[in-house]
Design a protein around this ligand. Sequence first.
Ligand code: FE2
Length: 196
Amino acid sequence: MSNVKPTLKPSNIVEFIGDIFARRGGEEYLGEPVTMAEHMLQGASIAEQNNKSDAVIAAVLLHDIGHFIGEFGTFTMGDTQDRYHEISGAQMLAPFFPPEVTASVYHHVAAKRYLCATKAAYFKRLSPASVHSLNLQGGPMNELEVAEFAQNPYLEEILQVRYLDEAGKKADMQTPTFAHFAPLLQRLVDRHCLHK
Ligand SMILES: [Fe+2]
């Protein structure tokens, strides 16, 4: 693809995302021993190995895509304010993917704040970079925020994606490439766009 952004349609969105993985996936996932593409492919592979739904596999594969398209740029360990990559990612995906995918991407940062507030063991799983960003993102949720978040109809998928996000930070894991997951993504796009 050229540098000119194509008009995104159900027929080219998967290729467009694959192109981002190919061109930019090798970038460092700051503070972690994996590249951006490795991080997302690891999470998707672990989801697939554990027979998670197509929506969860897709959501974990795409959850950090906003790092590449967000107007706020990418997160660095030196950041002193949050950059809301989850919102820009979800906005790009929303016209093409079912709401459980978009919701899991949109809320993957909030899910960390939710789990830190509700599951004592969860905080211990976080990498140093993830603790750093947690603090920028507002720290653990308060009681009111927890109660509101728990109402989300896609809470189960959102939390699964969050755990898979944490899992996909291994220094030495072999995964399939993006192409392996492309048909699954296309199935979700076709189903969603057909039923809109
Ligand atoms: Fe992530």
